[in-house]
Design a protein around this ligand. Structure first.
Ligand code: FPP
Length: 257
């Protein structure tokens, strides 16, 4: 199914909440820490895994709205390098969810011009899931719409450590001189290479922390928090976050014009 363009604002669509946003000033890159799945389930007396399933449902609508708003990149934190500490049953369920998501969503994502990318140490995932990741990235590689960047087995410190190792190897091989190592050299060796830094980072579920997410890339990101748990996060929340972002005065360490 090819989604309808809402952001073009036709006569019939003037009641859409997007009308309050300035299409010229949407963030280029939105990143979301999809937190609160467990609490959402606990509140309902359900196993935590139900919260993750509901979280995957919530993601569908958010991907669609993100694309409709004309945002270029959406990074979603789906599984951190620290999440391996969770019970095996929960880890297995999450891995199955990622796999099912790729099975069921890739066709529609592709039909809507979305490019799927993964961010993290995916080579440590089960071979079957790795194959699906490679397939999803390959079939959507030429798409020019939203980049959906899914962070799986991602940790910012591990990402930076890896970048340092890659640079050290290049220095040892003689292809990079220590004086040539600049910020760009580091950015190029991160999993997010080629993507703009996040402009807006959203964290649902009430905690006010970064949790090892995009530490380098978030240098000048704006943050938006809500107490709503991720499974209850709806396009209205995203629109509220973008509306708030549009009110911020971003100076990047400089002064107002
Ligand atoms: C954090 O909430 C959430 C996770 C560790 C998993 C996020 C995964 C999804 C939303 C599944 C869908 C993703 C894709 C890409 C299909 P938590 O369980 O730590 O919540 P809690 O803090 O309330 O326990």
């Amino acid at each position: 199914m090819v989604w309808k363009e809402w952001f073009g604002r036709t006569e019939q669509q003037t009641d859409k909440p997007y009308d309050d946003l300035d299409p010229a000033r949407v963030p280029r890159h939105v990143a979301i820490i999809m937190d609160g799945n467990g609490r959402w389930a606990q509140k309902r007396g359900l196993p935590r895994t139900f919260g993750h399933r509901a979280g995957a449902e919530a993601l569908r609508a958010i991907v669609r709205t993100t694309a409709e708003l004309g945002i270029a990149v959406l990074t979603t934190y789906a599984f951190s390098t620290e999440n391996w500490k969770r019970p095996a049953e929960e880890v297995d369920l999450l891995m199955n969810l990622f796999s099912d998501y790729l099975d069921t969503e890739i066709e529609e994502l592709n039909a809507n011009g979305i490019r799927v990318r993964f961010c993290g140490q995916t080579d440590a995932l089960a071979p079957g899931l790795q194959e699906k990741i490679v397939h999803a990235e390959k079939v959507t590689a030429a798409n020019t719409g939203l980049v959906l960047n899914i962070a799986v087995n991602y940790g910012a410190r591990a990402e930076l450590t890896r970048a340092v190792r890659l640079i050290a190897a290049d220095v040892q091989a003689g292809s990079v001189a220590p004086d040539d190592i600049d910020e760009e050299a580091i950015s190029r060796r991160l999993f997010t290479a080629g993507l703009p830094d996040p402009d807006l980072i959203i964290r649902p579920a009430g905690d006010l922390r970064i949790s090892n997410f995009l530490l380098w890339q978030a240098a000048y990101a704006e943050f938006w928090f809500t107490d709503t748990n991720w499974p209850d996060f709806r396009p209205e929340h995203l629109i509220a976050a973008v509306a708030d972002f549009q009110k911020r005065d971003r100076r990047f360490g400089g002064l107002n014009k």
